[in-house]
Design a protein around this ligand. Structure first.
Ligand code: DX5
Ligand code: ZN
Length: 217
């Protein structure tokens, strides 16, 4: 399993150092949480911030759009040339079309679902997705408690994808720490997003390296 550090939990006045800490810890993907103050009650990174940060990073970005009307700003985020982008299922009525736009730019397309949203909602368009983000906290803030019922969703999603011959990558986001990382891996998750578990540590690079070892990345 891969660990994707989430820079939302870093010192937001020093994002370039946060990227450097991710690189030093061996990250192969950096999770970037985009919030619009509408879909979630918090506001973070616009496209110009991500574009400048990407220039400083040797590691590619995993952009998580927690925004209403993701179709409006999608292209500007795609212009930052991330590795993968996810939109929220709850925020759009045309998920398959959005996923096709992301794939059309050569970027991995994902849909994210809140802890309370059923997996059945995204199964009808699963073949249009490269990955699914299973939120294990309510989106909006780092540092919340992990909701263990989401582990069942990962197992069910893995089974549903396999039954359809799909290689959907499963990402889990929120509240992941060394204490629950083994359970997350055992549920079939491919990418574990970790925010405060990395950046609240005295040495984020060392904390990330330790998590990556624990996850056999
Ligand atoms: C929550 C974000 C997460 C968050 C994870 O809305 O999507 O990516 O940064 O942070 P932790 O690991 O602290 O829950
Ligand atoms: Zn996220």
């Amino acid at each position: 399993m891969k660990i994707a550090p989430s820079i939302l939990a870093a010192d937001l006045a020093d994002l370039a150092s946060a990227v450097k800490q991710c690189e030093d810890g061996g990250a192969r993907l950096i999770h970037v949480d985009v919030m619009d103050g509408h879909f979630v009650p918090n506001l973070t990174f616009g496209p110009p911030v991500i574009a400048d940060l990407a220039k400083r990073s040797r590691v590619g970005f995993d952009i998580h759009l927690m925004v209403s009307n993701p179709e409006v700003l999608l292209d500007r985020y795609l212009d930052t040339e991330p590795i993968r982008v996810s939109f929220h299922h709850e925020a759009t009525r045309a998920p398959a079309r959005l996923a096709a736009r992301i794939r059309g730019r050569g970027v991995g397309a994902g849909a994210a679902i809140n802890p309370g949203t059923g997996l059945d909602q995204l199964l009808p368009y699963l073949e249009h997705l490269d990955h699914v983000v299973l939120m294990s906290v309510q989106p909006g803030f780092a540092g919340q408690a992990f909701q263990p019922h989401v582990l069942d969703k990962a197992r069910q999603l893995r089974a549903a994808a396999e039954a359809r011959g799909l290689f959907t990558s499963i990402e889990m986001d929120g509240g992941i720490k060394p204490g629950n990382l083994d359970e997350v891996a055992a549920a079939g998750v491919d990418v574990a997003v970790v925010g405060s578990g990395v950046f609240a540590a005295e040495s984020p690079a060392e904390a990330l390296a330790a998590l990556r070892r624990q996850a056999n990345e």
